[in-house]
Design a protein around this ligand. Structure first.
Ligand SMILES: Cc1cc2nc3c(=O)[nH]c(=O)nc-3n(C[C@H](O)[C@H](O)[C@H](O)COP(=O)(O)OP(=O)(O)OC[C@H]3O[C@@H](n4cnc5c(N)ncnc54)[C@H](O)[C@@H]3O)c2cc1C
Length: 528
């Protein structure tokens, strides 16, 4: 059964006959991708399994507390602004984005604290306080990260690497900037103090990468923070999700929740290539489309939604051999009291750095020690919790599901261990102050978000899984199929997934040209 989706056009008196694009998933990549397509004249339908938008940025409401499930550090806000501009609107009319300063505090196991400031002079003073002899090296490192950011993000971050040749052309520049080294390797070549090496190298963990084998191109994150700051919207990250949904609706686009896609439907195309013609939903309903975009995990998209016979590049074997990012254990909780001395973002490090990271990425079991990131959004927006209360989440990087951990059994003892650690350090008496509490485990990343191996950030950002080596935004194997989101080029994290949507905007044809092309008739397509 094929149904013709008639999305209300802006003028509801006439049927909307614009070419139809289906977007699978409403993560930030899917939402931004829908806006890019809407701006090119497409009639867009987003199909989302969950009951609300956002994906990893889903919003949980519990007993008067608002918990953003995922992203909390908003960098490169101009990428959001661009989406508002595409719709002829201003982001500031809808979103109150605040600079968070200090960006975050790193608390080491021996109690020493490094505060990362927005003001470059204050940051340099902090570096000098820790290790005066490293100040010059720190400055040279920041200059290098600026160069890397200019090339890796500003020049190449929105370039579709559709061929190995395109990548080979920029390889010499990437090597010149140290892209063949790891983030930690590059940092260590500039500063000696072990704590500064941690403070300048942990950023790949934000995008699911191991600092000891993630390409040093990711040193660009240090420059992102310095140049554009770390921000948080009033209302939480969910305010950005809501804002993007309102842009899509303003373009005449539509989102269907509880709509899980089970297959991307293909036509046999020219020269043995298949062409996407629509999708089938889990209940059996089929929906025709002139163009399909998947924002579901890229590895899941190929493994589960595209029949194996149509895949030459992303075969099951290649996907099985790929390296997946680590996962996360996230504990969301609300307290009946406030902890005003706790910053918005705190990183609480354990006794080990490299050893812990290696244990997590080798996925051999659950390490006994832990490093934590504590989010206290009510430091910036107290309305996210009832009066006099604080909302928190704490996340612990953990191995993905290959480690064979039985999360149903381990989740509560692990939560208690985290609670104890927080009670002893930042949040005294925590366990008796709890009002609401729930967790997300690697199993949930797999079961709820269809993430292969429960990886929190999809394919790991190693050198051999970056640029052309990562799934391209226009499918290599299937015409009319595009991919956006963390597992595609350029990679995970909000700047990465918004950039993937930007690339989609550049690669997808204008709806007009599709409409003009011989034989386009959406009603015929739909009834095929
Ligand atoms: C806890 C956590 C904290 C993070 N913190 C930060 C941060 O501070 N800053 C930052 O920049 N990044 C952060 N990240 C990373 C960032 O959140 C992600 O890289 C980004 O949100 C991923 O977006 P995406 O477009 O890939 O889609 P996702 O968020 O992965 O969404 C994909 C959507 O597709 C839907 N879907 C999947 N399969 C189907 C199907 N078959 N049919 C229909 N729908 C389907 C899913 O339900 C989901 O809604 C964090 C991630 C996590 C998990």
């Amino acid at each position: 059964m094929l149904t013709l989706e008639r999305t209300p056009s802006l003028d509801t008196s006439t049927p909307d006959t614009r070419p139809h694009a289906v977007v699978i998933g409403s993560g930030f990549g899917g939402l931004a991708g829908a806006i890019q397509l809407g701006a090119k004249g497409w009639r867009v339908t987003i199909l989302e399994t969950l009951d609300a938008p956002g994906g990893r940025a889903y919003v949980h409401q519990r007993e008067g507390f608002t918990f953003d499930a995922g992203p909390t550090l908003i960098t490169a806000p101009f990428l959001f602004e661009e989406l508002w501009t595409l719709c002829g609107r201003r982001m500031s009319d809808d979103i109150d984005l605040r600079l968070v300063d200090p960006f975050y505090k790193l608390v080491f196991d021996d109690g020493e604290v490094i505060t990362c400031h927005a003001d470059p002079a204050a940051m340099a003073a902090e570096v000098a306080r820790i290790s005066p002899e490293d100040l010059a090296g720190y400055r040279r490192f920041m200059a290098r990260s600026e160069e890397i950011c200019k090339l890796g993000f500003e020049e190449l971050g929105h370039v579709p690497f559709l061929s190995l040749g395109a990548m080979a052309a920029v390889a010499p520049d990437l090597v010149r900037l140290g892209g063949h080294r790891s983030v930690h390797g590059l940092v260590a070549s500039y500063v000696k103090h072990p704590k500064l090496r941690v403070a300048l190298s942990f950023h790949p963990l934000f995008v699911g990468g191991n600092p000891f084998d993630t390409t040093a191109v990711y040193c660009m994150i240090s420059d992102f923070e310095r140049r554009w700051g770390v921000h948080f919207p009033i209302g939480g990250t969910g305010a950005l999700v809501k804002g993007l949904v309102s842009l899509i609706e303003g373009q005449g686009g539509r989102i269907r929740y509880g709509a899980e896609v089970s297959e991307i439907l293909l036509d046999e195309g020219v020269q043995g290539r298949s062409r996407a013609r629509g999708v089938r939903l889990a209940g059996g309903e089929e929906m025709a489309a002139d163009l399909v975009v998947s924002n579901a995990d890229a590895a899941f998209t190929y493994r589960k939604l595209v029949p194996a016979r149509a895949r030459k590049r992303w075969t099951d074997k290649r996907l099985d051999q790929a390296k997946y990012s680590m996962s996360l254990f996230v504990w969301y909780f609300g307290t009946r009291r406030r902890y005003p001395e706790v910053e918005h973002h705190t990183i609480l490090l354990g006794p080990r750095y490299q050893g812990l990271i290696q244990d997590i990425f080798s996925a051999k079991g659950l390490p006994e020690d832990m490093s934590l990131y504590l989010h206290r959004p009510t430091a910036t927006d107290p309305t996210l919790a009832p009066e006099g209360c604080d909302a928190f989440y704490v996340l612990s990087p953990v191995p993905h599901l290959d480690a064979g951990i039985d999360w149903a059994a381990v989740a509560e003892p692990y939560r208690q261990a985290i609670s104890e650690r927080l009670s002893q350090t930042l949040l005294p008496g925590l366990e008796t102050e709890l009002v609401t509490s729930f967790v997300t485990t690697p199993q949930d990343f797999q079961d709820r978000l269809s993430s292969i191996k429960g990886a929190a950030f999809s394919l790991a950002p190693t050198l051999l899984q970056s640029a052309w080596f990562r799934p391209t935004n226009r499918s290599e194997d299937i015409d009319g199929l595009y991919l956006v989101g963390a597992g595609t080029q350029p990679g995970a994290g909000l700047p990465g997934v918004l950039s993937s949507a930007r690339i989609l905007g550049a690669l997808a044809p204008d709806a007009d040209s599709v409409q003009r092309s011989a034989g386009h008739d959406p009603s015929l397509r739909a009834s095929r």
